[in-house]
Design a protein around this ligand. Structure first.
Ligand code: ZN
Length: 491
């Protein structure tokens, strides 16, 4: 039977991919394109940040069900800001130990809801084998010892030894190595400078070794992060950055007798997690949240005490979660924000209703009702439809334009936690700035609900089974399970 491989290429964008293919810059992606189907406008979840998206990819659910709200969020049960590592400065401020613990242990074992099943759990329950290479969301049915390198322990001040869960073939940089016959030969990609193996070269090294060992699982999810870092720095060179990713795909394809043989043995699915928006180069393109909200006592990143604090700011680049810590503050904060023209959307919840404001106009919506959106989800919608650029087609179905799948995605983020929260997104060309968080003036950024951050390419080769359209990232899990099941039935 054919094996299924799902490559997650961080920040791959459709226009960049098509330009690369047209110019012959990415031979591997061109090969998959020629032998497969490309869906140019698949919609990812919101916030458009890798952490929440990875959890949606492996569970097939929006954040209101899988419960991982974003890359940076506030955990009221611990009275702490959770940060799955965004930039070096917050890591230094919060402490490496806590950040590493958040990403290596907490996300999979504490934050990711036990009410949802991951693709790995579901496949292995059905008797198939599953694999995960370098994906931060990796919950599975087996437990693994984490082996932090001495340097990481030394920097953290104490040992980060522990266990985490994963599928049968599980690799997490050099922290958890896959149980195969032969180890991946050492290279610089495994050094601290190579992010301890969390990079494209090492991920492909592991994949090659897994296939060579004869232990390739029925399904493997492989994360390729390098493109994201590069597009953040130089978005105008995005084609060159994607060409570098392609070199790694070529390296994998070249391990077969022919590229056609790779396709005879595997179904290839390649998808991005989000797009990126170019941020203007002048200071005013940073919307300074500390300044804008200086009238409130804000909870600081390194503090473990919220006594006397009024507001927690959790900055996710072009999106932010703001948590008012007193009931009377919600509308005061909304009022403070509503005068800022560089903010695009301001959203909050009232009971079961989601409320969203765009330049003073208001839209309310809740689950259930007589209206259907283009994905078949039922809604009740009141107020100004133009707030989320919604329209109704001839058959009365709700369609989306500037904000793809806006209702489910915004709802998913607002209801990912059971606490009062305000969501803000930055207008195109802008990004939020707050103490300790990385910014990208003149570079690329993401996080918002806007289509520029939200539409991703989905490329499938090696199978003719069509993908459900209009396509969403949350539908990939069921496609994978169906494909693995179909392949097994063909034998
Ligand atoms: Zn990024």
């Amino acid at each position: 039977m054919k094996k299924v491989l799902l490559f997650l290429i961080d920040s791959m964008m459709t226009d960049v991919l098509l330009n690369c293919i047209q110019k012959g810059k990415t031979p591997a992606l061109q090969f998959f394109h020629r032998n497969g189907q490309l869906i140019p406008d698949c919609v990812t979840v919101f916030p458009t940040m890798t952490a929440s998206i990875d959890c949606s990819l492996i569970t097939g659910e929006y954040p209101d069900r899988h419960k991982v709200p974003g890359l940076v969020w506030y955990d009221p049960s611990e009275q702490k800001i959770v940060n799955y590592i965004n930039g070096a400065e917050p890591v230094l401020t919060i402490g490496l130990a806590q950040c590493a613990r958040n990403v290596v242990f907490d996300m999979n074992d504490r934050h990711l809801s036990s009410e949802v099943q991951t693709v790995h759990e579901e496949l292995e329950e059905k008797g198939f084998t599953s694999g995960s290479i370098n994906v931060i969301a990796h919950r599975g049915r087996k437990r693994y010892n984490v082996h932090p390198p001495f340097l990481l322990d030394a920097a953290a001040g104490f040992s980060l030894e522990g266990t985490t869960s994963g599928p049968t073939i599980f690799s997490m940089g050099t922290l958890v190595k896959p149980a195969i016959f032969r180890e991946v030969p050492w290279s610089m990609s495994q050094s601290p400078a190579g992010s301890l193996g969390i990079n494209d070269v090492y991920a492909i090294d592991v994949l090659i070794e897994v296939v060579r060992s004869g232990m390739q699982p029925d399904f493997t999810l492989i994360y390729l992060p390098d493109n994201d870092h590069k597009v953040h720095k130089s978005p105008r060179l995005a084609e060159d950055h994607l060409a570098q990713v392609d070199k790694q795909l070529v390296r994998f394809l070249d391990t077969f007798d022919t590229w056609e043989q790779a396709l005879e043995r595997n179904v290839f699915i390649l998808v991005s997690d989000h797009g990126q928006t170019v941020v203007g180069s002048t200071e005013e393109h940073n919307v300074n949240l500390d300044q804008l909200l200086e009238g409130y006592a804000t909870h600081q990143l390194q503090s473990t005490n919220i006594q006397g604090d009024e507001l927690v700011i959790c900055n996710n680049e072009r999106m932010a979660y703001l948590y008012p810590l007193r009931d009377d503050l919600l509308f005061q904060v909304i009022e403070t924000l509503s005068g800022e023209g560089r903010i695009d959307l301001i959203a909050w919840k009232e009971g079961e209703w989601a409320k969203v404001m765009n330049r003073g106009e208001l839209l309310s919506f809740r689950r259930g009702g007589t209206l259907r959106d283009q994905y078949g989800t039922a809604w009740t919608v009141e107020g100004e439809w133009k707030v989320l650029d919604l329209y109704q087609d001839e058959s009365g179905v709700i369609g989306f334009d500037s904000y793809p799948d806006a209702l489910s995605r915004l709802y998913g983020a607002l209801f990912s936690q059971d606490v009062p929260v305000i969501i803000i997104t930055a207008a195109p060309g802008y990004e939020f700035l707050s103490k300790h968080m990385p910014t990208h003036l003149g570079g690329g950024s993401h996080g918002s609900l806007h289509k520029q951050d939200s539409l991703i390419p989905l490329l499938i080769a090696g199978t003719n089974r069509p993908f459900v359209q209009p396509a969403r990232l949350v539908d990939i899990k069921s496609y994978v399970i169906q494909e693995v099941t179909t392949q097994a039935a063909l034998v």
